[in-house]
Design a protein around this ligand. Sequence first.
Ligand code: PRP
Length: 177
Amino acid sequence: MNPQPKLSLLFSRQEIEAAINRLAAELNRDYPGKYPILIGVLKGSFMFMADLIKLLEFPLEVEFVRLSSYGGGKKSSRKIKVVQGLHAPIKGRDVLVIEDIIDTGLTVNFLLDYLRRKKPASLKLCALTDKPSRREVPVTIDYLGLTVPNEFVVGYGLDWDEKFRNLPEIYVLESED
Ligand code: PRP
């Protein structure tokens, strides 16, 4: 059993809410007259998706995919696998991917390639948080909420060993020593 790690507040509820309000305003500006499919990446995006879509003023559909990463010791050799794929057809549709965090970029890079092959009319990425210091492959984030430092962050859907997803704020997980 791991000892309880120390958490230090990074983004308060108010800061997260302000970021989501801004993202919703940008989407409400760009998507009127469209009927996009929002695709959340499980598990981390569930809370962000739930709060974001309540603020959107255009008709939309919600789908989820679940991805997992596995592979050798080196992070750059990590391979991504589709655990739960997409059932809804997206050919000719406007697609908006909803992510909680972009870190190395490998997960979303893989997902965007997977979705692009299905020939959507448009494909955009909306991420609540970005950790650009860890990027291994280039990623264009069309709608970005908050930039996080090169620290392990938890809360608001983000986990450490499956814990802390329920926290309403975002915290840095401090190392033990
Ligand atoms: C997290 C997060 C992103 C991905 C980002 O998911 O939700 O999908 O990692 O990392 P990357 O940019 O380095 O690929 P994770 O694999 O931890 O699964 P989870 O969402 O179920 O926690």
